[in-house]
Write a protein that binds this ligand. Structure first.
Ligand SMILES: Nc1ncnc2c1ncn2[C@@H]1O[C@H](COP(=O)(O)OP(=O)(O)OP(=O)(O)O)[C@@H](O)[C@H]1O
Ligand SMILES: [Mg+2]
Length: 371
């Protein structure tokens, strides 16, 4: 089995007045693991169903490898699909469920039995062939669904929240199994999830979807460090947002007013589309919890503002401090202290200086949304 490329060109899907997918183009490389990540209703399933052939696009076209498949029937696309609800045939044994795609393709009996056995071995269920789906756990049922999708050795595998119904521990175990299998087989995977951690751990690239469009596509690290919009910044990882006022630019960077007389310098280039800065305009500043630090009041130096500790939460591997900037309303800032950054001496009510890394502050146009 070898992965094929998938090309989606200006794809649109309308249901009456609802536009579920709006002008989506994406190139998936052979053997790549691409996740579609986005909130409920953002068009993830619709996009996947069009690639699988269960929905017809209103506009645009789809290629798998060198072949245009926009109007080709699902079982002729060489695309395997795993749905959120396992969707096994309840009246068939595990063996018959896995054999189903081979029967559809009229594979002869001896070869069929061999391939079913191989597929079940792949998902570690070789001894479960004669059971009925109702006699399996949720995780086992999802493994059977995976075996059924892989048994005809499709070069492309589509998965729609395949682990959504499972508990956290089983989900993490199957994430590793799927990723290992995908790399071993070299199959191209398009994987729908609304769990950002799952997308971050499994994907070569992530397409973040918002209202039927791809808001941004890139590697997990590039989306995390270079979000193009507040939406993406907020969706991938924890981000603090502050509404600030732009004061002007100096050698030390863009100057912003955070509260009262408290100012910060920003040395990061502006995000996304260039926009005009003019003194007095409202901006949204965004910074990750690991890019803020604390020292005792009066010792913060250049890029610090006075604040007060609200809450300190110990979480084993790391600690979270919630801190209010003096004179600013809105939700407290989240600060992460992990190995090597001991903030355990700070407790509620402490007067502190809050240090911002000037190169880690993102500026976006617009106002509001202090979080
Ligand atoms: N058959 C349909 N008829 C009408 N509207 C539909 C249909 N299928 C989907 N939609 C609408 O299209 C939009 C996208 O739906 P879709 O199922 O693709 O979202 P999703 O990102 O998969 O969401 P979720 O995370 O909840 O599964 C939604 O507004 C939905 O209500
Ligand atoms: Mg969906």
């Amino acid at each position: 089995m070898k992965g094929e490329s998938v090309a989606v060109r200006r794809l649109v899907k309308r249901y009456g007045s609802v536009t579920a997918v709006e002008n989506v183009s994406v190139d998936v490389k052979p053997g790549e693991f691409l996740s579609l990540l986005g909130p409920s209703g953002s068009g993830k399933t619709t996009l996947l169903m069009m690639i699988a052939g269960f929905e017809l696009p209103t506009e645009g076209f789809i290629e798998v490898g060198p072949m245009e498949v926009t109007h080709v029937a699902p079982n002729r696309r060489n695309v395997g699909m795993v749905f959120q609800k396992y969707a096994l045939f309840p009246h068939m044994t595990v063996n018959d469920n896995v054999a189903f795609p081979l029967r559809m393709r009229k594979v002869e009996r001896a070869q069929m039995q061999r391939r079913v056995r191989e597929a079940l071995t792949m998902v570690q269920l070789e001894d479960y062939g004669s059971r009925m789906p109702s006699q399996l756990s949720g995780g086992q049922q999802q493994r059977v669904a995976l075996a059924r999708a892989l048994v005809f050795e499709p070069p492309v595998l589509l998965m729609d929240e395949p682990l959504g119904a499972l508990d956290k521990k089983l989900r993490e175990q199957l994430q590793i199994e799927i990723k290992t299998l995908q790399q071993r087989l070299g199959v191209t995977v398009i994987y729908v999830t609304h769990d950002q951690e799952e997308a971050l751990t499994m994907s070569d690239r992530i397409a973040v979807m918002d209202k039927g469009r791809i808001a941004q596509i890139g590697s997990p690290t590039s989306l995390y460090s270079e979000p193009a919009s507040p939406f993406v910044a907020d969706f991938i990882g924890k981000m603090n947002f502050l509404s600030v006022e732009y004061l002007g630019s100096e050698k030390t960077g863009h100057q912003i007013r955070v509260a009262g007389t408290s100012q910060l310098s920003v040395t990061r280039p502006l995000n996304g589309h260039a926009f005009e800065l003019s003194p007095g305009m409202s901006l949204r500043a965004a910074i990750r919890p690991e890019n803020i630090s604390l020292t005792s009041r009066g010792t913060g130096g250049a890029n610090a503002v006075p604040g007060t500790v609200d809450t300190s939460i110990y979480l084993g591997t790391h600690q979270i401090l919630l801190v209010n900037i003096d004179g600013r309303s809105g939700a407290p800032l989240h600060i992460h202290a992990s190995a090597g950054r001991d903030l355990s001496t700070f407790t509620r009510g402490d007067a502190v200086d809050v240090l911002f890394q000037a190169g880690a502050i993102h500026l976006f146009p617009g106002k509001g949304g202090d979080r």
